[in-house]
Design a protein around this ligand. Structure first.
Ligand code: ADP
Length: 617
């Protein structure tokens, strides 16, 4: 089974598919480009923030280190009286504010420990708590090198998030392996990591534990880094402050959040800062762009579908009209109206179709006329045969009438009225016989053949036949025949038909007005004679002069003319190696001039001449 798929549908589908492909490709390319661009941007951002956080923390620690050095210098200065030292140290505690306690170690042994009583009081801590903590969490003195700063989370109670910062002290008069350490409030560190809601920042201490985090609970509980997956943690551990201080990673945290993470490490204190940006937040604009692009693509598709439908309608509607018109033409209706006006190939096609329909219309009309003419010709032929039969039937009684009239004439006195009447009967009967003879000659087509013919005689016979017809229409039929006209090799019947056609046409052209038809003959030279049939009718309009010899060309109303007369005439004259021409005078009538070769003409075919001699013999 074959499906009928309208062109409109095919066009629309093609357009939609093409647009969908193009829009899809553009959307995909844009989204990919934007995504990779965004990824680069997010990677840069996380690493920059991580670096910024770690550098800020580092700067704070350097500040702490300077102060610790000041503390140790005051403590270790042998020239300072004890009372001054106390004043200076408490002044320093007041200035810094974040220091909770400062401890000096020599060879791992605690030498001096100073405490900020206010801070301990605020956190409801006792010195003994701090001492106990120090004893439980000893500082790894061996790890504290010349320039390095040891920083770890050392929160004892929730109320006092704090870290221990320790540095080695060198200088004249300062014993080897002297280390100064301080318990410092984490306020600055916590401040650094809590500056943005868009990302999570955190700092990992020298011992690999949380030093600062947005989530204060993680800090006060001094937790391990329990949110970064182990394989990522391995990479973070491989950061080297001197060779590759920054890395960017993508992973799912152990809490199940997809993140882009940046890590940076600082020199000397070896702190590691991390920054997490959730992928949902990082790629929010990419997703929004994708959603917007999808909407644009959808709208474009809808627009394309509508446009496609509209165009397809415009293209296929005229084709449908043409198809309907074709069907109508197929049924023989050539008067179809094709309402298609477009300046493209379809418009051209419609134009050609109109032209074709017009052509078919004319051809159909011509065919109908030809058919009518053929019917008429057939009728005429039938009439001719019938006429011949009737003429035969009438001729015998006429011969009888003539015979009896002759017999009666012999027995009747010439002076009587009866004799005169019988004479009239004899004359009219002869006339009837003559007409009948001519009619028989005209209709006996099967017996037609060419022979040496006296054209003047043919003209006289023709006049006998048509004279009456012309006379009753007030047309005088005159003749002017040349004496001793050479014989022509012709079929008298056909020449008679030619002459009759001229005479009847002339009478019809005069259309009831009195006029004249004159038939004249003359010898042009040894080889040619001329027959002229001139009338005093209206002549032939110049614009149709070229067409009058065409078959079926007629200006007469249907039923009166077949348009065959002159074309048959032309054929007959040509058949006799003759020529036909006209001298047309639009007001004074027209002359048909026929030239025919004489018996001695070289124009005649040899066989015909031989025939002719046979005929003459
Ligand atoms: P028909 O007589 O049937 O029309 P013809 O072939 O005999 O066909 O004539 C063709 C046309 O030539 C005529 O219809 C007429 O218009 C024109 N015609 C022929 N003879 C004459 C004439 N003597 N005078 C004017 N027009 C003529």
């Amino acid at each position: 089974m074959k499906f009928h798929i309208p062109i409109r549908f095919k066009l629309m589908t093609t357009l939609i598919v093409v647009i969908a492909l193009v829009v899809g490709m553009i959307t995909y390319a844009m989204a990919t480009l934007f995504h990779s661009d965004k990824t680069t941007y997010i990677y840069d951002l996380t690493s920059i923030i991580a670096r910024h956080v770690v550098e800020e923390a580092h700067a704070v620690h350097i500040g702490y280190k300077e102060r610790l050095l000041l503390f140790s210098r005051i403590i270790l200065d042998p020239n300072l009286p004890q009372s001054d030292k106390g004043t200076l140290l408490s002044k320093l505690f007041e200035d810094i504010g974040e220091f909770v306690s400062v401890t000096l170690y020599e060879d791992g042994d605690e030498q001096i420990a100073i405490y900020d009583a206010k801070s301990l009081e605020r956190a409801q801590l006792l010195k003994s708590d701090v001492i106990a903590y120090r004893q439980n969490n000893p500082i790894p003195f061996d790890e504290i090198k010349n320039q390095s700063i040891y920083v770890v989370n050392s929160t004892i109670t929730r109320e006092l998030p704090s870290m221990t910062i320790a540095v080695a002290i060198k200088g004249d008069g300062i014993p080897e392996n002297t280390i100064v350490a301080a318990m410092v409030r984490l306020d600055s560190m916590l401040d650094i990591v809590s500056r943005s809601d868009a990302y999570d920042a955190f700092i990992i201490g020298s011992d690999g534990m949380v030093l600062a985090h947005n989530d204060i609970v993680r800090v006060v509980e001094n937790r391990e880094i329990d949110w970064i997956p182990p394989d990522a943690m391995k990479k973070v551990g491989a950061i080297n402050a001197n060779t590759s201080p920054i890395i960017t990673l993508e992973y799912t945290t152990l809490e199940g959040v997809d993140v882009v993470a940046g890590f940076a490490q600082s020199k000397t204190d070896y702190l590691t800062a991390g920054v997490h940006i959730p992928r949902t937040a990082a790629y929010l604009t990419t997703r929004e762009l994708l959603v917007n692009l999808t909407w644009v693509a959808l709208l474009l598709l809808i627009f394309a579908a509508m446009l496609g439908f509209f165009w397809a309608q415009r293209i296929t509607r005229p084709i449908e009209r043409l198809s309907e018109a074709t069907k109508l033409v197929g049924t023989g209706n050539f008067d179809v109206e094709i309402d298609v006006e477009s300046n493209d190939e379809i418009g051209d096609l419609a134009g050609s179709f109109r032209h074709m329909a017009l052509g078919l219309h004319d051809r159909d009309a011509e065919l109908k006329t030809a058919q009518y003419a053929l019917v008429q010709a057939e009728k005429l032929a039938a009439f001719g045969k019938l006429g011949a039969g009737i003429a035969h039937e009438v001729k015998n009684p006429l011969t009888g009438i003539l015979g009896y009239t002759h017999l009666s004439l012999r027995k009747v006195d010439k002076e009587t009225n009866l004799y005169k009447n019988l004479k009239i009967i004899e004359k009219e009967t002869k006339r009837c016989k003559l007409i009948i003879d001519n009619l028989l000659k005209f209709s006996r087509q099967e017996e037609f053949h060419k022979e040496a013919t006296d054209i003047n005689e043919v003209i006289n016979d023709t006049i006998d036949i048509v004279n009456h017809q012309l006379t009753i229409n007030q047309v005088a039929l005159n003749r002017e025949l040349a004496h001793e006209l050479p014989l022509v090799y012709a079929d008298a019947n056909q020449i008679q038909q030619v002459l009759m056609n001229f005479c009847i046409n002339a009478q019809q052209a005069l259309d009831g007005t009195p006029g004249e038809v004159k038939i004249s003959t003359r010898q042009l030279d040894d080889e040619t004679i001329e027959i002229r049939v001139c009338d005093t009718g209206p002549g032939i309009p110049p614009e149709i002069q070229q067409k009058i010899f065409e078959p079926f060309f007629t200006t007469k109303p249907t039923g009166e003319g077949t348009g065959l007369g002159l074309s048959v005439t032309f054929g007959i004259v040509r058949d006799h190696q003759g020529d036909i021409s006209i001298v047309n005078n639009v007001t004074k009538g027209v002359c048909f001039i026929v030239t025919l070769p004489t018996m001695s003409s070289k124009k005649l075919p040899r066989s015909s001449k031989r025939n002719n001699s046979t005929t003459e013999l």
